[in-house]
Design a protein around this ligand. Structure first.
Ligand code: ATP
Length: 331
């Protein structure tokens, strides 16, 4: 925090009481469903590098897709650069907002179309096919990702193909970048160099990045903030220096302790359900979290062994660290 380039004019990303349910086949939330994402609020500033963590199915991808304008929510619930990501398509077409994840893993934009990344074409043709790019930035990315422009995309390895894709996704100087686990195929060096480049983008240009991942190698010093989501609810959002103050464990061990606690509580809840004659697992309604289970729907405070901290409603500010809701994670 406190970067010279930091734009203090207001939050770059604002999530206000977000609720979301995947629509059913009729385009509406299934009757009786509870929101998959519920009461989720978060605020990030220019220059923030935010690590988004949570167990499988916690809702990380869904949140990133909503921020990336891929799912419709009410405009006031999600503001990116002061605009609605879903309704203002110029946000993504301009390159100000970039989302790398999901379908992006299989396809790449080429000559105005989304084409399979594994087609018979050279890396050079793909990379230089993106128009209006600063040649210096392009050259830097090719170097950072150690790309040989003569690679044929149908013949290279998964990791090499991924490097080309990442390069293409980063060519435009984004203001907000949403990364949904894009580094799985990268070797240790490529990943380290990419993380360094991304950090520089935040520090020098004031870009804001949210990165969802399960891979913690080399991440210890990368994030400026960490956000932990469980069952579609924000559990914790905090600057990394505060995390380090209150947890003596490594980043990976810290996150592991949160997820272990969450899983233990979930198992306990299931045992209790079973004991009282209820089905062990919740009923699932497609696109929603659960139904018919008020116990699960209620917010259960987690105790992750944190020393007491003040609860705030935003992390956009310098000193703030917060939990989205005072009901959550209270000591
Ligand atoms: N298109 C969809 N329609 C209905 N439900 C979905 C859809 N996509 C995801 N879900 C459900 O939403 C929940 C959250 O999924 P999401 O992909 O956001 O989790 P995640 O935290 O990214 O998980 P992971 O770490 O495994 O990638 C899951 O229970 C999943 O089954």
């Amino acid at each position: 925090m406190g970067d010279a380039t930091k734009d203090n004019s207001g939050p770059v990303i604002e999530i206000n009481g977000l609720r979301f349910t995947y629509p059913g086949i009729d385009g509406h939330p299934p009757p009786g469903s509870k929101p998959l994402i519920d009461d989720f609020s978060l605020s990030l500033s220019a220059g923030n590098r935010c690590l988004l963590v949570g167990s499988n199915g916690a809702g990380k991808t869904t949140i990133l897709k909503i921020l990336g304008g891929k799912h419709m929510v009410e405009p006031h619930m999600v503001r990116v650069l002061g605009r609605s990501a879903f309704h203002d398509t110029a946000l993504t077409s301009s390159g100000d907002l970039s989302y790398l994840g999901g379908e992006w893993r299989r396809e790449v934009a080429f000559a105005g179309f989304d084409v399979p990344i594994q087609m018979d074409v050279s890396a050079e043709k793909l990379i230089f096919g993106v128009v209006g790019i600063d040649p210096q930035r392009r050259a830097e990315l090719i170097k950072v990702l150690d790309i040989d422009p003569s690679w044929r995309m149908h013949k290279v390895s998964d990791g090499q193909r991924r490097r080309v894709q990442i390069c293409m996704g980063l060519l435009k100087p984004f203001k907000v970048l949403l990364l949904d686990e894009i580094t799985v195929d990268l070797d240790v060096l490529a990943r380290a160099d990419l993380l360094r480049f991304l950090r520089k983008e935040c520090e020098e240009r004031g870009a804001t990045i949210i990165y969802a991942t399960h891979i913690f190698d080399g991440l210890e010093e990368w994030p400026s903030h960490i956000v932990y989501v469980a069952n579609g609810k924000l559990q914790l959002a905090m600057p990394m220096d505060k995390v380090k103050e209150i947890s003596k464990l490594s980043l990976m061990r810290t996150v592991e302790s949160w997820l272990r606690k969450e899983r233990d509580e979930e198992r306990k809840r299931r045992r209790e359900r079973k004991k009282s004659g209820l089905p062990e697992f919740d009923d699932q309604i497609e696109g929603s979290r659960v139904t018919g289970d008020p116990a699960r729907a209620a917010v259960r405070p987690l105790n992750n062994g944190w020393a007491g901290g003040r609860l705030h409603s935003t992390i956009a500010g310098e000193e703030n660290f917060l939990f989205s809701s005072n009901r959550v994670l209270r000591q």
